[in-house]
Design a protein around this ligand. Structure first.
Ligand code: ADE
Length: 416
């Protein structure tokens, strides 16, 4: 175990209990797992953001009989009180400290791999990539893994395409009940939350530039707009750009957007989105953050290299002064601002994502099919069941197709 401070457990206990109240679907899965023990004898290595919601997932997996080791999927996202309650109250071997350096981050990944996992649970694919490079000797025992994010699924698909992925992965991110909700409403709300906690600035009346109009970008744009900001979107994909236009946003190339933005938020999953050249075109006082998985989207090293002075003014807010006197502000060191400066997505939406995680892991163990070592979808039945359970928990009923309607949908003969 490697955590900051065991005495934080009481605070983590209360906060995790609070999160659990908004996670009825995962709680119902936990109840079933307690009875059925689908993970009896199963060892798991989980590399996830160590948050209250992850705490509830860990309790669910251990209720199912799993032996779990947990580490952080990002150096800045760990909630140290949650790490403490998981270690102290639930006997989980946790390796996560908020602010850990890169060496510690990878030392922790290696430490959880010592469990000799049957199942890996990843958020960004650093665990799977370490396993396939430095710890190959463990691969023969791995039955499968799950992946939480768009970025991770892209990395794993690239491993599969090159024939180097050695075991099946369930792409949790690609379930409809994951990306349509977590990426959109989760990232939307928590990113704005992170920006506000870091800056306490008024968004109303500002120009808010969203780089990337995938599910996360759509969510951030929608919520920034809801706060009264004028949203500008930058894109490379013509279809997404057109969607942004028809959603009512201005679309500009980043070169032009750089000149008008007050806030910038990258959510592309790619490198070199906001470069030093773009920063040089920005207004004095521009605020830059990232809500993509890795801290590669904005060239902060480049900014550091040319800045004449840098000062931390608030928690998660650094000021960089350029030679001409202008100042640029970076939130959360360019790491995902929703977890570095806030608490990540709210429990109510992570309920859906982590239900996919728990059921995806169960599927890997129980599937009668021998899954090939590539990236697999969450079975549609699981996806739809999670949506139904969530609706139930919200006390919302929906209609069902009549027999005649079912028949009509299957028939091709009937036209006008
Ligand atoms: N990713 C984004 N928000 C999260 C949260 N609250 N818990 C775990 N992973 C997350």
């Amino acid at each position: 175990m490697d955590i900051k401070d065991k005495t934080l457990a009481a605070m983590g206990r209360g906060r995790t209990e609070w999160a659990q109240k908004s996670m009825p679907v995962l709680r119902s899965i936990q109840k079933r797992f307690e009875q059925e023990k689908p993970f009896a004898g199963i060892r798991m290595a989980a590399c996830l953001h160590v948050t209250t919601e992850t705490g509830v997932l860990m309790q669910t997996l251990t209720a199912g009989g799993a032996e779990v080791k947990l580490c952080a999927s990002n150096p800045l996202s760990t909630q140290d009180d949650v790490a403490a309650t998981l270690a102290v109250d639930h006997g989980i071997d946790v390796f996560a400290i908020k602010g850990e350096d890169k060496d510690t981050f990878y030392r922790h990944i290696h430490a959880i791999l010592d469990v000799k996992p049957h199942i890996t649970m990843d958020d960004g694919a650093d665990l799977v990539s370490t396993l396939h490079t430095d710890r190959k000797e463990l691969l023969s025992e791995v039955k499968g893994g799950t992946e939480e994010t768009t970025t991770g699924v892209i990395r794993l698909q690239s491993m599969a395409d090159r024939g180097v992925l050695k075991y099946p992965i369930i792409a949790v991110n690609d379930a409809d009940t994951k990306h349509m909700f977590d990426n959109r409403y989760g990232t939307g709300q928590s990113t704005i939350d992170g920006i506000i906690r870091a800056t306490n600035r008024l968004l109303a009346g500002s120009v808010f530039v969203v780089c990337g109009y995938g599910w996360c970008g759509r969510g951030v744009a929608m919520r920034a707009s809801g706060m009264g900001a004028r949203v500008v979107v930058t894109e490379v994909d013509p279809i997404r750009a057109l969607e942004a236009v028809m959603d009512g946003y201005q679309v500009l190339p980043i070169n032009k957007a750089a000149e008008v933005g007050d806030f910038f938020c990258t959510v592309t999953g790619d490198i070199h989105v906001i470069t030093l050249e773009h920063m040089k075109r920005m207004k004095d006082g521009a605020i830059i953050c990232n809500s993509g998985h890795f801290n590669v989207e904005c060239d902060i090293e480049g900014l550091e290299a040319v800045a004449v002075k840098s000062t931390q003014l608030r928690e998660s807010l650094d000021e960089y002064q350029l030679k001409d006197g202008r100042k640029i502000y970076i939130l959360g060191e360019g790491r995902l601002v929703n977890l570095a400066a806030a608490e990540g997505h709210p429990s109510g939406v992570i309920d859906l994502s982590f239900s996919n995680q728990a059921l995806g892991a169960e599927y890997l163990i129980k599937s009668p099919l021998q899954l090939t070592p590539t990236v697999h979808k969450v079975p549609e039945g699981i996806d739809r069941m999670i949506a139904s359970l969530k609706l139930n928990s919200l006390n919302i009923s929906i209609d069902v197709l009549t027999e005649a309607q079912e028949h009509y949908l299957r028939a091709w003969e009937t036209g006008t």
